[in-house]
Design a protein around this ligand. Structure first.
Ligand SMILES: [Zn+2]
Length: 262
């Protein structure tokens, strides 16, 4: 059987200033400062064109809303950071994207779905359920009363995009060489990583299961936002074992390193 390999390109679809504490389990960090991070989506292009390209994540809906609704720091967009422009750099139009994998449904990953009229959206069933009715205290002053799920994104997915939504249960091969792997109750209840076969080995797109490769994966210190601490510890260990290249969604280093594709 042919060995199907892919090229992976980071797409910058926005930028945000977020607390450093998101990177590291809270009790281990004294650093309360803000850091500037990119909001990334990813384009998977099949080598030898054995199938169609795949988009992973879609960025946020609009910067103003991130600050107002979710109570977060500055978020920025630029004309060259739109999904349309970022795909255009690779010769693709929005309506040419047929498959989108959503690592999870937070506002900065699931905010661009309505721009993709012909895509099916591959989402873990448990993530869709959690996003529709998140467990959260109404007193929490950030997260928009829905723990960083944007009600508008979820409403769009439930209707009108529902016919395009493809709910999966657990680990699922999406195309030869591309697999979704469920890491339940880590960053979110239904967070999934995307395992991609490349010429440099298995690349793992993390979503936000981990944020800082050195701290979270190499040193095994969980990130600051998680559901189940033990599940998150196990995820760090498993990803370290299984990934040849680890790709977090909020790290400018990977943008620099893999600007020309991985
Ligand atoms: Zn994120």
């Amino acid at each position: 059987m042919a060995d199907h390999k892919w090229r992976v390109y980071p797409l910058v679809v926005g930028e945000a200033e977020v607390p450093q504490v998101l990177d590291v389990f809270w009790s281990l960090s004294k650093d309360k400062s803000l850091v500037t991070v990119p909001i990334l989506a990813w384009l998977l292009v099949p080598l030898n064109h054995h199938t169609e390209p795949i988009l992973v994540d879609t960025g946020f809906r609009d910067a103003e809303r991130c600050m107002k609704v979710h109570g977060l720091g500055p978020h920025r967009t630029k004309p060259e950071w739109t999904l349309k422009q970022q795909l255009g750099n690779h010769g693709l139009a929005l309506d040419e994207i047929k498959t989108v994998i959503l690592t999870h449904l937070h506002y900065d990953h699931a905010g661009g779905c309505t721009q993709l009229p012909n895509a099916r959206f591959v989402i873990q069933h448990s993530e869709m359920q959690a996003a529709a009715a998140p467990m959260v205290s109404p007193r929490l002053e950030f997260g928009g009363g829905a723990l960083f799920y944007d009600r508008k994104d979820i409403a769009d997915l439930v209707d009108p995009l529902w016919p395009q939504v493809d709910l999966i249960e657990g680990d699922t091969e999406i195309a030869p060489g591309v697999k979704c792997v469920l890491f339940a109750n880590t960053h979110t209840p239904g967070s999934q990583a995307v395992y991609v076969k490349t010429e440099s080995g298995t690349a793992v797109i993390l979503g936000d299961i981990a944020r800082n490769v050195e701290l979270n994966i190499n040193q095994g210190i969980p990130p600051g936002l998680f559901y189940d601490l033990e599940a998150t510890y196990r995820a760090m260990i498993r990803i370290k074992k299984e990934a040849d290249i680890v790709l977090p969604c909020h790290d400018y280093n990977v943008v620099k390193k893999y600007a020309d594709g991985l």
